[in-house]
Design a protein around this ligand. Structure first.
Ligand code: 5GP
Ligand code: ZN
Length: 160
């Protein structure tokens, strides 16, 4: 069982040490209403066990959290009259993560609500096709090479 090395607000909530409005639970996941929602109905799907980010959560558990989010999505949409939905994971400080207990945001959206995940990124410079092709080939090579994948996984664990 992973334990946080610093105080963790989501572990506290899971352990009953704070007020939480829970809307779903099972043996490995819970979901509760975000305290500062983009729109009413904004839900966080959270593993019971403490994992910090995408680099340390077991893939099966990450898949389960997405599955829960997909099941909750039509309910949130219906209850809150949402036009559309965002499913978001912020993994790591540079990616905007603020609470370092892995979680999936399920965000109901309404036209003109003012929230934005601006993609395509306005500051982006479109790379040359040859560069995009080269990146794709490098990725294919990495995915095909189990040794390189093992090394990459070890490096990720060591740097965590
Ligand atoms: P992050 O930026 O880490 O992806 O998102 C953290 C989310 O957790 C934010 O949307 C924030 O409103 C929510 N949050 C932070 N503290 C609490 C809390 O004590 N209770 C609940 N329900 N949500 C919280
Ligand atoms: Zn935690």
């Amino acid at each position: 069982m992973s334990a946080p090395d610093k105080p963790c607000i989501f572990c506290d909530l899971i352990n009953g040490a704070g007020e939480v409005s829970m809307c779903y639970e099972d043996s490995s996941a819970i979901a509760f209403m975000d305290i500062q929602p983009v729109n009413l109905g904004h839900v966080l799907v959270v593993p019971r066990e403490h994992f910090e980010s995408m680099s340390d959560i077991p893939p099966e558990l990450a898949m389960h959290l997405f599955d829960v989010a997909l099941r909750l999505s039509p309910v949130v949409r219906r209850l809150h009259g949402a036009d559309d939905m965002n499913l978001v994971v912020n993994s790591g400080p540079a990616a905007g993560q603020n609470v370092f207990h892995y979680h999936v945001h399920l965000i109901p959206r309404k036209a003109g609500d003012g929230f934005d995940i601006p993609l395509p990124f306005p500051g982006s410079e479109m790379p040359d096709r040859t560069l995009l092709d080269a990146m794709a080939v490098r990725m294919i090579a990495e995915l095909r090479d189990p040794v390189r994948q093992q090394i990459a996984r070890r490096l990720t664990v060591m740097s965590a």
